[in-house]
Design a protein around this ligand. Structure first.
Ligand code: NAD
Ligand code: MG
Length: 395
């Protein structure tokens, strides 16, 4: 049996570890050729020992040096940069699961050398889809988005045209603050925002989920991935996170996709082309009928989640998403490090969008990699500037 060659970019993260668990349930079928991570020393060591990948890319230089020293003369080759991965290396499946724009270049690189790519790294889709999609067309790479909403939309709309579709709902759980009194929002601490009611995820996406920024990013992700008119999408609150997308067709039929809140489900289905007995991988009991009768849906409350007011053409088209993404990365990081309050994320974002240079950077239709980084850098610098300018208000 020929083993499928696997690469996991961001293997120490939440999606990365879930992917390794999926692969581990049928190890004989796979050869783990490459793993990658930033700086989680103990997890990198654990993974090298357990999975013996041919290559491990460690992005953080200090961690790279430590790991390289430890694994000298061992079978795993430790690299510090993706550009050092031999170009002749080919993969059957790559799982792109780095967080943030740091995933952009590796995702581009692995779209070139992989037959199939499972895309989790939404920030790279948001900033560089025009580059990734060109390679996909050229190289005939198969793409499966594994962000659960986009996985669902892809499954539900396969073989349908824009003209067939009336509406697409993207569901949002509403996160940990769906019922929290509005006057207590100011006191929200990072640890409160990490407590997502349904999913266990990385830190950044947990914060993004708590204020619905994750849904704005997902709307943009959907605009990029699918051919449907952006006006057809709507965010809807669904606290149970069991339905991930609903597609209303013009023919009077509506379809939705239901699955339990475990990312191993979209990951496994993407790896095995839906031909899998999920009970071999996810041990949770699926009491579908009981849960079905309790599904709730409600409109988004804009007072509670003011970030949804950003769904305005000016902020989410052309190169504006690069600015949105970069500012948000800085702001989430600052909030996690207690440098700004929770409300500061939206307050500073609004100011970035009002800056007189915003339009200059937001109007590029298909920026090159170089231009993407230039726009990203402007947004990061501007965000830092505004954070320090408003610092007095925050303390
Ligand atoms: P995470 O924080 O748990 O893991 C991130 C991974 O990226 C880690 O392996 C880390 O080492 C690596 N990384 C971080 N910074 C890096 C850098 N500068 N250079 C190289 N590698 C770096 O994140 P996650 O929750 O697994 O999410 C990963 C991606 O998948 C994100 O884009 C997220 O939006 C998306 N996603 C996640 C989930 C989920 O359930 N966790 C669901 C849908 C989409
Ligand atoms: Mg999602």
């Amino acid at each position: 049996m020929i083993k499928k060659k696997i690469a996991i970019l961001g293997s120490t993260g939440s999606i990365g570890k879930n992917s390794l668990d999926v692969i581990n349930t049928n190890r004989k079928k796979f050869k783990i050729l490459l793993l990658s991570a930033n700086s989680n020393y103990s997890e990198i060591i654990r993974q090298i020992k357990k999975y013996k990948p041919k290559f491990f890319v460690v992005s953080n230089f200090v961690t790279f040096q430590k790991i390289k020293r430890k694994f000298q003369n061992k079978k795993t080759i430790i690299l510090n940069e993706f550009s050092r991965v031999p170009i002749k290396l080919k993969f059957d499946i790559t799982i792109a699961a780095i967080v943030g724009i740091a995933g952009l270049e590796p995702t581009i690189q692995f779209t070139k050398n992989s037959k199939k790519i499972l895309l989790a790294n939404k920030e790279s889709i948001i900033c560089g889809w025009h580059i990734i999609s060109n390679i996909i067309k050229k190289k005939n790479t198969k793409v499966v988005p594994i962000d659960s909403e986009h996985f669902s939309i892809q499954q539900l709309t396969n073989s349908y045209k824009d003209a067939d579709i009336k509406k697409i709902y993207i569901t949002a759980s509403g996160g940990p603050f769906l019922k929290k009194p509005l006057n207590s929002f100011k006191k929200i601490k990072p640890k409160d925002a990490f407590k997502h009611p349904n999913w266990s995820m990385g830190k950044k996406i947990s914060i993004d989920s708590s204020n619905l920024m994750n849904k704005i990013l997902e709307l943009i992700e959907a605009y990029k991935l699918f051919i449907f008119n952006p006006k057809k999408y709507e965010i809807i609150i669904h606290p149970q996170s069991l339905i991930h997308a609903i597609v209303v067709f013009k023919n009077g039929l509506s379809k939705f996709l239901y699955h339990e809140t475990d990312m191993k489900i979209p990951i496994s289905n993407a790896i095995y082309e839906n031909k899998i007995n999920i009970e071999n991988i996810v041990k949770k009991k699926n009491n579908f009928l009981f849960k079905l009768k309790n599904l709730k849906f409600e409109k988004v409350d804009k007072k509670r989640f003011p970030i949804v007011t950003l769904v305005n053409n000016k902020f989410i088209s052309k190169s504006a998403p690069i600015i949105l993404n970069a500012s948000n990365e800085v702001l989430v990081d600052c909030f996690i490090k207690n440098k700004i309050p929770y409300n500061g994320i939206f307050e500073i974002l609004k100011r970035v969008f009002k800056d007189r240079d915003f339009t200059k950077y937001a109007v590029k239709k298909t920026p090159s990699i170089y231009e993407i980084y230039k726009i990203d850098k402007w947004a990061r610098d501007k965000t830092w500037q505004l954070i320090s300018k408003n610092y007095e208000k925050f303390i």
